[in-house]
Design a protein around this ligand. Structure first.
Ligand code: ZN
Length: 135
């Protein structure tokens, strides 16, 4: 089966953006029979649209499955909300992105603060830089 590397253009996709699309498993006997999710993006160096590995980390068959194909991989479904938030973040202001980072960090909890003190100091600096300015 050949892959149409300009399929994304025909679908009217934006070459500067990335999309989550359904992808097929590799046709290997020990691969679970699941439909995965992968990022689909334009690669200028290859003059082609291409799918990456599935977001659950498995190698997959190149190219998206038709729109609306049901995702059957539970691990991909589990990661989907994070990816969708990240993709929706494309075009957000730095303040909005920072707020998102803070929300994620607070979710991961104090354990991260203990193991990544440098990250948190950087974040403090960023928060002060983007915080309300003195009139
Ligand atoms: Zn998967």
């Amino acid at each position: 089966m050949s892959v149409d590397v300009h399929y994304g253009d025909k679908q009217g996709l934006d070459r500067t953006r990335r999309y989550l699309v359904p992808v097929a498993r590799l046709p290997l006997p020990d691969e679970p029979d699941l439909v995965h999710l992968a990022l689909y993006q334009w690669l200028p160096q290859f003059d082609a649209w291409a799918t990456g590995p599935s977001i659950c980390g498995r190698s997959t068959t190149q190219g998206p499955l038709p729109d609306g194909t049901a995702i059957t991989c539970p691990a991909c479904e589990e990661h989907r909300p994070d990816y969708e938030r990240h993709l929706a973040g494309h075009g957000q202001s730095p303040e909005q992105q920072l707020a998102e980072v803070c929300r994620l960090l607070s979710q991961w909890g104090p354990r991260l603060m203990e193991t990544q003190p440098v990250l948190f100091r950087k974040l403090d600096d960023l928060l002060q830089l983007s915080g309300p300015k003195e009139p």
